[in-house]
Design a protein around this ligand. Structure first.
Ligand code: GDP
Ligand code: MG
Length: 458
């Protein structure tokens, strides 16, 4: 399994270090296999891995994670981004009813989904109606009727008892054989009219599928689409079909076009790579996920869950998260200790600043870091651009200078300014600000009664 294979790489690369190209290549090779094993299409994998490498090579070295973990983290972030970058809700029509059409191969789970979606919408206060446009498969209409009953929503359908050779109760011509394309289109049209007259605010149109893609199926789906002008066309895709997902999605994108994707049968052992391929290739968002045969086995799509499924390494991902959280706390504690001792170095100062920046609102840190109010003051007049400058200046110092800022005399200041592309007065300002902040923090820590705090430490 991938987790196993990757665990190997992760162990090999344990310990801190820079992300070398070889490390990145090696980890990417494993990720590539994972993606292929998860049935992500080769084209998509190639593009994806290229982007990951790019990002990994520019990545900052993290103290919390080893190089392989860092690459995994980047991959996960990218996956979540792609899978959920444009996650969106159903777009409801300004003037009801909202028409939602379902399309997909036979057996994909359209009819089952129709019930789930209806139940879900009903729970949110909508009044959906289902429309049975699959007149192809024997029993399809009664299947939808059962589904509708379970969901507690009405179903608009030609009368199954009179549909062959007679006239259905809805006035749909039942005499047409399987070859007729107009029949399901008529049902769809009448269904929407029915919804309008009975004031249903959502219409879900269930359609027929074929076992494979064929022109007749596409023509029918397109005909229904043109007749009812749906607000959403949901392409229902069986996650278990693996590599075939790409060709199927492409055919439906060209044939009917769709506005969103629903992945079904995620309760099976499919790795879910189809999700990534379809998202990448069609550019359409994955909106819902179906995870079983029961009405409640349904949810909006969760990109993070799908990502760890594709990578097959939920455990590794949560370990990475823990490692990072733990690292931040450790850093904060160590810094707090130094603060009370008045021993904060410029290196710590920089680290703290980067941490604060990473964490967003400075307030988040205050609870973690005793005496951080001083840091907050020092940072309050600093915007992102200035932070970049501060970072550049401190990076331009030698380790000894960062450790013991008192040694930074005039000639050192000139050298640092030169090397960091700033003026000497920028360096002066930073050094002054640092000493002020250090003093203030130490004093505050003293006032807060932290043991071992010294008052003046310049
Ligand atoms: P349709 O031909 O697209 O309308 O597909 P159906 O809704 O009739 O579903 C085909 C089969 O797949 C049925 O036996 C369903 O019970 C089953 N099915 C649909 N969705 C799921 C799902 O998410 N998980 C599982 N395990 N089975 C499903
Ligand atoms: Mg069906």
């Amino acid at each position: 399994s991938l987790s196993g294979r990757l665990a190997g790489v992760l162990t090999d690369l344990r310990g801190k270090g820079k992300l070398s190209d070889a490390d990145i290549d090696r980890t990417c090779r494993e990720i590539r296999l994972a993606l292929l094993e998860a049935d992500v299409s080769l084209t998509v994998v190639r593009g994806f891995i290229a982007r990951i490498k790019e990002r990994a090579k520019g990545a900052e070295v993290s103290g919390a994670l080893n190089p392989a973990q860092q690459v995994v983290k980047i991959v996960n972030e990218e996956l979540v981004g792609i899978l959920g970058g444009e996650t969106r809700r159903i777009q409801f029509a300004k003037t009801p009813p909202t028409v939602i059409m379902l399309a997909g191969l036979q057996g994909a789970g359209k009819t089952t989904l129709a019930g789930k979606l209806a139940a879900w919408l009903k729970k949110q206060g909508h009044t959906p109606i289902l429309v049975a446009c699959d007149l192809q498969r024997p029993g399809a209409v009664s299947q939808l009727q059962i589904v509708g009953e379970r969901a507690g929503v009405p179903v608009f359908a030609p009368n199954p008892g009179t549909s062959i050779g007679g006239t259905g109760e809805l006035g749909v011509s039942g005499s047409a054989g399987a070859g007729s394309l107009t029949e399901p289109i008529e049902v769809a049209r009448s269904g929407v009219a029915e919804a309008r007259s009975k004031q249903h605010d959502v219409v879900i149109v269930d359609t027929a599928g074929r076992l494979g893609i064929d022109e007749e199926l596409m023509a029918q789906a397109k005909g229904i689409r043109d007749a009812v002008e749906p607000d959403e066309v949901l392409f229902v895709l069986d996650a278990m079909i693996g590599q075939d997902a790409v060709a199927t999605a492409e055919a439906f994108a060209q044939g009917v076009d769709f506005t969103g994707v629903v992945l079904t049968k995620l309760d099976g052992d499919a790795r879910g790579g189809a999700a990534l391929s379809v998202r990448e290739i069609t550019g359409r968002p994955i909106m819902f996920a179906s995870t079983g045969e029961k009405l409640e086995d349904f949810d909006v799509f969760h990109p993070d869950r799908m990502s760890s499924r594709i990578l097959g390494m939920g455990d590794v991902l949560s370990l990475i998260e823990q490692a990072e959280t733990h690292w931040d706390v450790q850093q904060a504690e160590a810094a707090a200790n130094k603060i009370t001792q008045g021993e904060l170095t410029l290196e710590d100062f920089l680290e703290q600043m980067l941490m604060i920046r990473k964490m967003g609102p400075i307030g988040n840190l205050l609870g973690m870091l005793p005496g951080a109010a001083g840091m907050k003051d020092a940072l309050s007049q600093v915007d992102d651009k200035q932070l970049d400058k501060v970072q550049a200046i401190i990076r331009g110092m030698t380790p000894a200078e960062r450790e013991n800022p008192k040694i930074i005399n005039g000639s050192r200041r000139a050298r640092i300014a030169n090397g960091s592309g700033v003026t000497v007065s920028d360096v002066n300002q930073l050094v002054d600000r640092f000493f002020d902040a250090r003093k203030m923090m130490s004093q505050m820590a003293g006032r807060m009664g932290m043991p071992g705090a010294r008052k003046n430490n310049r």
